[in-house]
Design a protein around this ligand. Structure first.
Ligand code: PHE
Length: 462
């Protein structure tokens, strides 16, 4: 059975960048910068992306392309069946992350629909909206279902048909609208305060929480640590240059997160919104801005923005779903369509508690107490803590250990050199080898232990 392939290098880059660019860049990144004290967080995030994540990305794509298998099968195909645990954890993270990602994507999609029909009012009622109060309930649940079905339809179409096409046209549009909004934001009062908060670091704001949030966010934002890029890498042709592809994917992702921050903070400061607002930041700040543009422009630009955000989310949910689906298709020999619908259904069901955890159900809203927090955490936060903050850095750590000490960098270099004849012996090769053999295993294992202690046990060593 043919597994399908990306039609060419650009197709792969666009799909992988589509996976990377999503709610992580436009929704999560700004609010984490806000909580993490602005520029200090930004700097940590950039350092992690380039020093730790880039080499892991190269390793993931190489493992995928070498074996042409899914995240679990890839380790088996290399002859190290025991290490397929990395892939299994990846499948589990994919399922967990998608279960709540789909909920947030449903909010974004809902904002698009509501704004399209001129209903800016919801911007003042974000809490009621996500808390599923009154008539919001049926709508928000509906948006979530529509979103999950759209993801499933694209994934069931396979690689080049669905995934590539969507990514190719929509990403450039998203950049255009963000840049236009930045230009507009700079004309507003207090805009410069926002820029200062975002770009001038205050190192006294760095604590361990900022460090590990930036670390797990770097993995999340680049879609790393869960085999998504092993899976996408498995559809890449042997002639492609893995390094330049990985560099472009990283730059696209970091670039879009960066401009999303440039867009948000002037708005936040010009409207006296608290930058520490948390997950509501984008959903509260932007609609106010759109409303201030007047009925026509507000409606036009606001709905277009949330439409594009929904599409950015869609190219990410597609890659999240592709990980478990390709696993079931390859390893359990299920047909793609059946695998897609079955997996989506399971993920949707796992996501229901997250959907109810923003106020609709007291039980899921004050769900669990851990890590010495001052109040109980909701279900969605728990899933994020496990799926993103724990599994992704761990997945990245294990991938680097596997590549360095089990598969060996010689094989990594050989795979990279297939599409890049000058790679062997180059300075770049030495840098990547050093990162994979020393820097990633040491730094990631140290941070990982500290993350678990602090996040789950409330033990703060640093
Ligand atoms: N990178 C995506 C985002 O930033 C989320 C994602 C994580 C997608 C892991 C795939 C795998 O929104």
């Amino acid at each position: 059975m043919s597994r399908g392939n990306f039609s060419n290098k650009l197709g792969f880059i666009m799909a992988a960048a589509g996976s990377a660019v999503g709610l992580g860049n436009i929704w999560k990144f700004p609010y984490e910068v806000g909580i993490g004290g602005g520029a200090a967080f930004l700097l940590m995030y950039l350092a992690f992306c380039f020093i730790l994540c880039f080499p892991v990305m190269v390793a993931e794509i190489s493992i995928g392309r070498k074996t042409q298998r899914n995240a679990v099968g890839a380790f088996r195909a290399l002859g190290f069946a025991k290490w397929s645990i990395i892939g299994k954890m990846g499948v589990a993270s994919g399922v967990l992350i998608l279960s709540f990602y789909n909920v947030v994507a449903g909010w974004a999609f809902g904002y698009f629909i509501e704004m399209l029909f001129g209903n800016f009012d919801i911007s003042n009622h974000f809490g009621e909206y996500i808390g599923l109060e009154g008539t919001h309930a049926i709508k928000v649940v509906g948006y979530t279902i529509i979103f999950m079905i759209s993801t499933s339809m694209i994934v069931s179409k396979g690689i080049s048909g669905g995934i590539e096409k969507a990514a190719r046209t929509l990403m450039p549009l998203l950049v255009i609208i963000i840049v236009s909004l930045i230009l507009y934001s700079l004309t507003l009062p207090n805009a410069m305060k926002g820029i200062e908060f975002y770009l001038v670091p205050d190192f006294s704001k760095i604590n361990f929480e900022v460090v590990y949030t930036a670390l797990s966010h770097a993995f999340f934002s680049l879609s790393l640590g869960m085999g998504a890029l092993i899976t996408y890498g498995s559809y890449v042709s042997k002639q492609d240059n893995i390094l330049s592809s990985a560099a472009l994917i990283t730059l696209a992702d970091v670039g879009i997160a960066f401009i999303a921050g440039l867009m948000i903070f002037p708005f936040v400061f010009s409207q006296n919104i608290d930058p520490q607002e948390g997950p509501g930041l984008v959903f509260v700040a932007l609609p106010k801005v759109f409303a201030s543009l007047g009925a026509f422009w507000g409606q036009a630009i606001g709905s277009l923005f949330f439409l594009l955000l929904s599409f950015a989310a869609l190219t990410s949910t597609v890659s999240l779903l592709e990980v478990p689906v390709s696993y079931v298709v390859d390893e359990h020999k299920m047909n793609r369509t059946k695998a897609v619908w079955l997996t989506s259904l399971v993920i949707f069901i796992i996501g229901i508690p997250s959907l109810l955890s923003q106020g609709a159900s007291n039980f899921f809203t004050s769900f669990i107490w851990y890590g010495g927090a001052d109040k109980a955490k909701d279900f969605l936060t728990l899933v994020e803590d496990i799926g993103i903050n724990t599994f992704l850095p761990l997945g990245g750590l294990l991938t680097s250990i596997f590549t360095a000490y089990v598969w060996k960098t010689k094989n990594l270099s050989e795979e990279i050199a297939q599409g890049n004849s000058k790679y062997n012996g180059s300075l770049l090769m030495k840098l990547i080898d050093t990162a994979i053999v020393y820097i990633c295993p040491v730094v990631l294992s140290g941070l990982f232990i500290l993350i678990v202690l602090s996040k789950f046990f409330g033990i703060h060593i640093v």
